[in-house]
Ligand binder design. Structure first.
Ligand code: ADP
Ligand code: MG
Length: 332
């Protein structure tokens, strides 16, 4: 049973960024307005997500990290109208199976926090009281240590894993409104360094300025398309001739209902229609698709980044028309 659980867990948590993504989404689900991601050795030694959200009620301590435990599915129809980021009750149980998990949490009803230690099967092995503000801290040490081959691979590729995580955190920094994000890393003997810090502004525009700077923002053009009453596309794209020569992954961010998503078809379309100053230029693109929750299925990939739309064809068509206008020669 243990081995099967570890293997399944390794399919939910693919790498460092999918592990942190699950924890950040839990913090957002808990209504956090401040989220800190603290890494040790770029995440190889440990990573920690510290939030000021609602906290976890003591009734849930025992079941918290058991497979398929979730507090977010009141009843079945909810599956159809997913509003929270997570709902499968697999993240904490998978993280337990793959590394050493501890949770520190306090709700507004408790005077002190509780520190919980879990074993690889998700059982609580120790519980003690501790001081903490309202909110939750989840710590994972030695990710993948229970899967020796994956663990070796993980440690060897840690800088790449770390790079992918920073890109994901940039995606949250761009899209999260009113949420302060801080990411720190402690490596070797040097003191903790700040990797990312945002003030939690209220608009995509302000977030772009925070992440990429004012000079980049001035080279962007807003896009805003209403496809139907419940379906729209909003974002910013490079103006003609103002692209980025850099690695695309750093500069193109797509979201569905405010959630980071891999959208290769959209990326391809944007790259195809964009008019760069030369063929080496790619557009910066930060685009959020608002669609009715019923029309997208986030269950396609375990890490929920690849999202499937029922209306994809017409959405892509509307986007194409809008991009053709933006990048037509007559456009001012
Ligand atoms: P899911 O998010 O799909 O419900 P998880 O395994 O990610 O499953 O989390 C299990 C449960 O633990 C959640 O349903 C929630 O009740 C609780 N939880 C996890 N992280 C937090 C957090 N940061 N703040 C409050 N509750 C949390
Ligand atoms: Mg979750």
């Amino acid at each position: 049973k243990g081995v099967v659980h570890r293997i399944c867990a390794g399919q939910v948590i693919l790498d460092l960024s999918s592990a942190v993504k699950e924890l950040v989404e839990n913090s957002l689900d808990a209504g956090a307005t401040s989220i800190e991601i603290a890494l040790k050795e770029y995440g190889e030694e440990s990573f920690q997500v510290i939030d000021n959200g609602s906290g976890i009620s003591p009734n849930n301590f025992k079941v918290l990290a058991l497979k398929h435990h979730t507090s977010k599915l009141a009843d079945f129809p909810d599956l159809q109208s997913l509003t929270t980021f997570g709902f499968r009750g697999e993240a904490l149980s998978s993280l337990c199976a793959l590394g050493d998990l501890t949770v520190e949490t306090r709700t507004k009803n408790e005077a002190v926090a509780t520190h919980l230690t879990f074993d690889h099967s998700g059982q609580v092995t120790a519980e003690r009281k501790t001081a903490r503000q309202i909110g939750t801290t989840v710590t994972v040490k030695k990710l993948f240590s229970s899967l020796p081959v994956r663990s070796k691979e993980f440690r060897r590729n840690i800088r790449k894993e770390y790079g992918k995580l920073i890109s994901l955190l940039n995606a949250y920094a761009l899209i999260a409104k009113g949420v302060r994000l801080l990411c720190t890393n402690s490596a070797g003997r040097s003191s903790k360094s700040i990797v990312l810090k945002t003030q939690g502004s209220g608009s995509l525009k302000d977030n772009i300025i925070t992440v990429f700077g004012m000079s980049t923002f001035t080279c962007l053009e807003p896009v805003s398309i209403c496809i139907s009453e419940t379906c729209k596309v909003d974002g910013f794209l490079s103006k003609s001739g103002y692209g980025s020569g850099r690695n695309l992954g750093d500069r193109q961010f797509f979201f569905v209902n405010g959630r980071p998503a891999d959208m290769p078809k959209v990326s391809k379309l944007v790259n195809e229609l964009y008019k760069g100053a030369n063929s080496k230029q790619y557009p910066i693109a930060i685009v959020d698709f608002t669609v009715p929750t019923r029309s997208c299925d986030v269950n396609v990939a375990p890490d929920k980044r690849k999202i499937f739309f029922s209306d994809e064809g017409s959405i892509l068509l509307s986007l194409r028309e809008a991009l053709e206008k933006i990048y037509s020669p007559s456009h001012a």
